[in-house]
Design a protein around this ligand. Structure first.
Ligand code: PMV
Length: 359
């Protein structure tokens, strides 16, 4: 037993004090995960672009405390104590205590901030939870003198928020097992992209903020609605097929096929919510106007510019970098006026989590 200057007692070999700081991105699904079972296991495999600008930065300052089996965490979100978020993190750590048993040895101050405004309607669980997990695994790897395993980071992130499992990898990630994809698993995501046409790694994702309102259905409740949905089994089959087809389109550089799948996936996700019991309409009138504008512009200009949606009204505008200049006037003059306060986030495909400082 050791006693520090302030009289705290802790065991020999416990983790020493320090600081870790990580930036981790959000991601946007191209083939969507909607429907789960067991402990955060997906009913179908999904694939996503890792983003860059939409990210969370999390810092943990930690020091040893008496290991009484209890957590001791202070949580600050954007500079202010945030009990609701803090409790969510505590519940998650308690649930997964077997994976990170050493957390009860530490007093931790966790500070987290998002690059995007809280009122932008962008889900922060993927970036937030993956940033937290990278910080935790960094503490552990520093202590044990081993490298962080991204598969383990993805596994633990998945338990916090399914889609967070895909934020750990550069460019593209696949989560969920598919018999034609080697190494794919329901337990964690895997990086994907070696065989993909490099053009897809230059993709822009301009996020058009149609509404900053909170989601009217939590994703937990949304996934649960799939259990009673009469289209569920067909949907899971379709997602498996779409995954195969979108991969082929990316290998072949077939933008038209890629765009058709991405848009169909977005609308299918919303259609499933509309026909659930209870039913949810997550699109706003401006969402539909923007979709129509994009399709009309694409038809006239022949530019490969497509949309996808998350479980909300905001539009993700997807296009390769080589047409960025040509499509910019259309985005600024026609689409931006539909955004609340003209708000947009000009994002791109990104490289995954990044360590910021480590003392
Ligand atoms: O990760 P969750 O449980 O918040 O679910 C997210 C599901 C969608 O964002 C709608 C689709 C996806 O695959 O990211």
């Amino acid at each position: 037993m050791k006693i520090d200057a302030e009289g705290h007692k802790f065991k020999e070999g416990t983790i020493q004090e320090g600081r870790v700081r990580w930036k981790s991105p959000s991601n946007i699904a191209l083939v969507k995960y909607w429907g789960k079972y067991g402990e955060q296991l997906p009913k179908n495999p999904s694939i996503s672009f890792t983003l860059d600008k939409a990210h969370t930065i999390t810092q943990i300052d930690y020091r040893p405390k008496l290991d009484d089996g209890k957590l001791d965490i202070n949580f600050f979100f954007e500079g202010k104590p945030n009990e609701a978020f803090g409790q969510k993190i505590e519940q998650f750590l308690v649930r997964q205590i077997n994976l990170i048993p050493w957390v009860t040895q530490l007093q931790m101050t966790i500070k987290s901030e998002n690059s995007f405004p809280h009122s932008s309607g962008i889900a922060s669980s993927a970036s937030g939870m993956s940033a937290l997990v990278m910080c935790l695994l960094d503490i552990e790897s520093k202590h044990k003198g081993v490298e962080i395993s991204l598969a383990k980071a993805s596994y633990i992130s998945r338990l916090a928020s399914g889609s967070a499992s895909r934020s750990l990898f550069p460019d593209l990630a696949i989560w969920g097992s598919h018999n034609a994809i080697k190494g794919s698993s329901n337990l964690y995501a895997i990086p994907y992209g070696e065989e993909v046409n490099p053009m897809f790694k230059t993709f822009h994702d301009d996020i058009l903020i149609i509404s900053g309102k909170e989601k009217s259905v939590s994703s937990t409740a949304g996934h649960a609605l799939m259990n009673g949905n009469i289209y569920a089994e067909n949907r899971y089959m379709q997602a498996n097929q779409n995954l195969m087809d979108i991969i082929r389109s990316m290998k072949e550089g077939d933008l038209e096929k890629f765009g058709a799948i991405v848009e169909s996936e977005a609308l299918t996700l919303h259609a499933l919510m509309m026909c659930s019991t209870p039913s949810y309409m997550l699109m706003e009138p401006h969402t539909i106007s923007v979709i129509n504008e994009i399709r009309q512009y694409r038809k006239e200009s022949k530019h490969p510019i497509y949309f996808t949606l998350d479980a909300g009204p905001n539009i993700h505008l997807l296009y390769p970098d080589n047409i960025a200049e040509q499509v910019s006037p259309f985005i600024k003059e026609v689409l931006q006026p539909y955004c609340v306060g003209g708000k947009m986030i000009y994002d791109k495909v990104g490289k995954g989590p990044q360590k910021l400082t480590h003392e």
